[in-house]
Design a binder for this molecule. Structure first.
Ligand SMILES: *[C@@H]1O[C@H](CO)[C@@H](O)[C@H](O)[C@H]1NC(C)=O
Ligand SMILES: *[C@@H]1O[C@H](CO)[C@@H](O)[C@H](O)[C@H]1NC(C)=O
Ligand SMILES: *[C@@H]1O[C@H](CO)[C@@H](O)[C@H](O)[C@H]1NC(C)=O
Ligand SMILES: *[C@@H]1O[C@H](CO)[C@@H](O)[C@H](O)[C@H]1NC(C)=O
Ligand SMILES: *[C@@H]1O[C@H](CO)[C@@H](O)[C@H](O)[C@H]1NC(C)=O
Ligand SMILES: *[C@@H]1O[C@H](CO)[C@@H](O)[C@H](O)[C@H]1NC(C)=O
Ligand SMILES: *[C@@H]1O[C@H](CO)[C@@H](O)[C@H](O)[C@H]1NC(C)=O
Ligand SMILES: *[C@@H]1O[C@H](CO)[C@@H](O)[C@H](O)[C@H]1NC(C)=O
Ligand SMILES: *[C@@H]1O[C@H](CO)[C@@H](O)[C@H](O)[C@H]1NC(C)=O
Length: 458
């Protein structure tokens, strides 16, 4: 019995390797080769995990994430929603087919005056976020937006790179005469904040305004209806030898999200104008929905080197965390064979994997306990006859503890697969593990340094 178990133990331990799919990842803890891609939400996987938002610096290798579709000049006008894929999980990397994916939430189209995209926030949907399928590696992006006007609700138009370079236009809460501009370098919150409030707008809820992010290699400018309201020179963002200025290909993201709900950091709630009033007449009269509208998003690319016939951006082999090397490539952005045969874990497969992992772990624990009991018995016997005891008992036990931790990581979120609200139940966007209880809409921090402590980067 003891011998049999000792042989079984490594086998079971290897079975729990399936827990690599769905384990948390970061640049100091990158993904293993069997689940190589670190998703936007910070979990390892393959297939879909390797598309938009996949972080090369936290993935198995710099080439684990799929090449990113190159920038293309366009004016997206939303006369209907046919260019928007309603569920990002179904995306196969074909940016010719869709301009946008819905990462979470629900969209509508006004179907009037040429149409407009409506982003929906309900008490249960947790808000809506869309991402462009193409990346911009410098460029001028203008969104024509009607924002929300409700305490606790944030409307946002941002750019976000896979390593979390970010440029924001954000409209928190009930304030309809101002917008906030902000930028981040690789998700880093600087000591002196980069945020700024732009005041004196005419009603941002009733009126469409053109909000522009003009992102160039050496400077960044924000404008409203063609008037520049803020400019930042890259050279002024130097911190020692590192220029803390966005420099990596970014997706455009549009969102309407609930900051004023339980579970949000109190400072963020304050910044967004308090808790959301779900009895607001705007909400109830629209059939229990808040909506914000986008009537167009125009993109003028400003790549540092001409794109020519290249199809994708890739992080170059000489990437470092301070200055990643971006190069153009002709490599396909499509998951192998397209959507139908993507290796991404489906919900049911993910559940199966979770169950297998759970069963394997359970068996592993039981047998490890038995082995330990065996060893202790042997040890006692050995002690009784000789003075030396076998030395590997402790080791086995500690590696077992490690896999318990991994499985807990994988497994608790599994319960939320298919879920669509958070908090308290975070959604499993893209069949992925919910990241954490905080929304990932970018921004979400007040522009004032003094409060910084309360706003941990999500
Ligand atoms: C994009 O299209 C809209 C609607 O036709 C138009 O009003 C706007 O000027 C266009 N933007 C650019 C930059 O061409
Ligand atoms: C408006 O457009 C959406 C698709 O974008 C469609 O589902 C909906 O039925 C349309 N509504 C009307 C009233 O035509
Ligand atoms: C990508 O989408 C376009 C437009 O729908 C289609 O023509 C093309 O065949 C697709 N490419 C692949 C490889 O599926
Ligand atoms: C400069 O970089 C250091 C080290 O990364 C960081 O601790 C510090 O906060 C940065 N300074 C500012 C002003 O952002
Ligand atoms: C939010 O928290 C408050 C205070 O803790 C509580 O009274 C309220 O019921 C909570 N609301 C929800 C929707 O959980
Ligand atoms: C892409 O452009 C390069 C240089 O401009 C050219 O040599 C190459 O043949 C082109 N490739 C295709 C597939 O058109
Ligand atoms: C960037 O990466 C490419 C491809 O990996 C490499 O050929 C090029 O030399 C690198 N550029 C720099 C400046 O390191
Ligand atoms: C990577 O690039 C940096 C700066 O461009 C350079 O100092 C370094 O030698 C390069 N490393 C390799 C391995 O090419
Ligand atoms: C998106 O698709 C995935 C996988 O098919 C599914 O689990 C999820 O519920 C879908 N999300 C929405 C909002 O429909």
């Amino acid at each position: 019995m003891c011998h049999f178990l000792a042989a079984l133990l490594p086998l079971l331990a290897s079975l729990t390797i399936v827990s690599a799919q769905g384990t948390a990842c970061s640049s100091t803890n990158p993904c293993s080769s069997d689940a190589p891609c670190c998703s936007e939400y910070g979990f390892c996987g393959s297939g879909n995990f390797c598309l938009g938002g996949c972080n090369p610096l936290a993935s198995n290798s710099l080439t684990s994430c799929m090449p990113m579709p190159v920038c293309q000049d366009a004016n997206h006008t939303f006369s209907d929603n046919s260019r928007i894929l309603p569920n990002a999980t179904d995306f196969d990397g074909n940016a010719t087919k869709y301009d946008w994916v819905v990462d979470k939430g629900n969209i509508i189209n006004t179907n009037s005056s040429g149409g407009a995209l409506g982003m929906v926030l309900t008490e249960s949907n947790g808000g809506t976020r869309l991402s462009s399928t193409r990346y911009v590696h410098y460029g001028t992006i203008t969104a024509r937006v009607k924002t929300g006007r409700w305490g606790g609700v944030v409307t946002a138009f941002i750019t976000m790179s896979n390593i979390k370079d970010e440029i924001d236009w954000e409209f928190p809460g009930a304030q309809t005469t101002q917008g906030q501009t902000n930028f981040f370098w690789q998700g880093f919150i600087p000591q002196t904040t980069n945020g700024e409030t732009e005041k004196g707008l005419s009603d941002t809820y009733d009126d469409y305004h053109d909000y522009t992010i003009d992102w160039q290699p050496a400077s960044l400018a924000w404008s409203i209806d063609g008037n520049t309201v803020r400019t930042v020179q890259a050279s002024t963002t130097k911190n020692g030898s590192v220029t803390e200025f966005p420099s990596t290909p970014s997706r455009i993201q549009l969102s309407l999200w609930p900051a004023g709900i339980n579970g949000t950091a109190s400072g963020t709630v304050q910044w967004a104008g308090g808790m959301i009033d779900w009895n607001d007449p705007d909400y109830t009269s629209a059939g229990n929905q808040f909506q914000a509208y986008i009537s167009s998003v125009s993109v003028k690319c400003a790549d540092p080197t001409p794109v020519g016939n290249m199809s994708s951006y890739v992080y170059g082999s000489n990437s470092s965390t301070s200055t990643p090397n971006i190069t153009l490539s002709s490599a396909s952005t499509l998951l192998e064979g397209g959507a139908a045969s993507t290796p991404s874990i489906s919900t049911s497969l993910a559940k199966k994997i979770g169950i297998i992992a759970a069963v394997a772990l359970f068996a592993l624990i039981i047998s490890a306990l038995l082995v330990r009991a065996c060893l202790q018995r042997r040890r006692r016997k050995a002690r009784a006859s000789q003075t030396t005891a076998p030395g590997f008992g402790g080791q086995t036990y500690s590696s077992l503890k490690d896999s318990t931790v991994n499985l807990a990581d994988t497994h608790v979120p599994d319960l939320d697969y298919g879920g669509n609200q958070y908090p308290p139940a975070p959604p499993a966007y893209g069949g992925q593990q919910p990241y954490n209880s905080a929304p990932q809409y970018g921004g979400g921090r007040p522009p004032y340094g003094s409060q910084q402590e309360q706003f941990r980067r999500y």
